[in-house]
Design a protein around this ligand. Structure first.
Ligand code: KIV
Length: 268
């Protein structure tokens, strides 16, 4: 299969359903890539999934650059998109260009940033500098404090209209796709019909042009996190815990290492 590029994703609308998953390191990125997923998102969800934070707000540029670098090493085919963390693009357009450029130097092929109308000028400048941008609207985790929690957005007619405006502003600014997170599927459907670029949903229902989920969520690695919009394809929490407990018992009861795990001298 050919390398997935930004123009490929743009042209996929109406022809192919886009698949996307997050990755934060080399091993997971390689598995996801070899499974044929179109987009690997180096999400700032790294903060909550691998760093144990309660939100993505404290995630730093240098951490996202590190995750990008080690994900990129595992990817041959998928498009690598990196999340710009909170405060890496909001302060000024110059700051946004510099930080987005650093992601491309580490191997990302595009960046994602949160917001609609409010970030349209930033997006426009990044795209004009040759930096592809994926938009992200709806439940935008970096705006946790404004939203008053992780709440589904666009539930009233007025708020739904504002999301549609955000999507159009991002399209005009030049994004190649938009993540629609945490909104009624009717709103996501309308946005998907109104814009010419692909929409990629997470908790946004069945009518988007593609779907994205967090890798540790689909693998069931956190038994305390079971939101409605996630489908758990495995219970890796249990499987990993079982394996670790078995190792512990094997060591304590001298079943490991066994004859097949040891080396011997050839002659004394
Ligand atoms: O950080 C993240 O993982 C995201 C998603 C859209 C899943 O932004």
């Amino acid at each position: 299969m050919n390398k997935i590029t930004v123009p490929f994703i743009k042209k996929a609308k109406g022809k192919k359903i886009i698949t996307a998953l997050t990755a934060y390191d080399y091993l997971f990125a390689r598995i996801i890539d070899q499974a044929g997923i179109d987009i690997i998102l180096v999400g700032d969800s790294a903060g909550t999934t691998v760093q144990g934070l309660s939100s993505t707000i404290p995630v730093k540029m240098e951490e996202m650059l590190y995750h990008t670098e080690i994900v990129h090493r595992g990817v041959k085919q998928a498009l690598v998109v990196s999340d710009m963390p909170f405060l890496s693009y909001q302060a000024s357009i110059e700051n946004a260009v510099e930080n987005a450029g650093l992601f491309l130097k580490k191997g990302a092929e595009a960046v994602k940033l949160e917001g609609g109308v409010a970030v349209a000028d930033i997006v426009k400048r990044l795209v004009s500098m040759g930096i592809p941008v994926m938009g992200h609207i709806g439940l935008t985790p970096q705006s946790l404090n404004i939203m008053g929690g992780y709440r589904i957005q666009g539930k009233t007619k007025k708020k739904a209209e504002s999301l549609i405006n955000d999507a159009k502003a991002l399209e005009d600014a030049g994004v190649f796709s938009i993540v629609l997170e945490g909104m009624p599927e009717e709103v996501a459907k309308e946005i998907t019909e109104e814009v010419s670029i692909p929409t990629i949903g997470i908790g946004a229902g069945r009518y988007c042009d593609g779907q994205v989920l967090v890798i540790t969520d689909i693998l069931g690695m956190d038994p305390d996190f079971t939101p409605r919009f996630v489908k758990k394809y495995k219970d890796l929490y249990k499987e990993i815990k079982d394996a670790v407990e078995t190792f512990k018992n094997d060591v304590e009861e001298r079943r490991f290492p066994a004859e097949e795990n040891v080396f011997h001298i050839k002659e004394r």
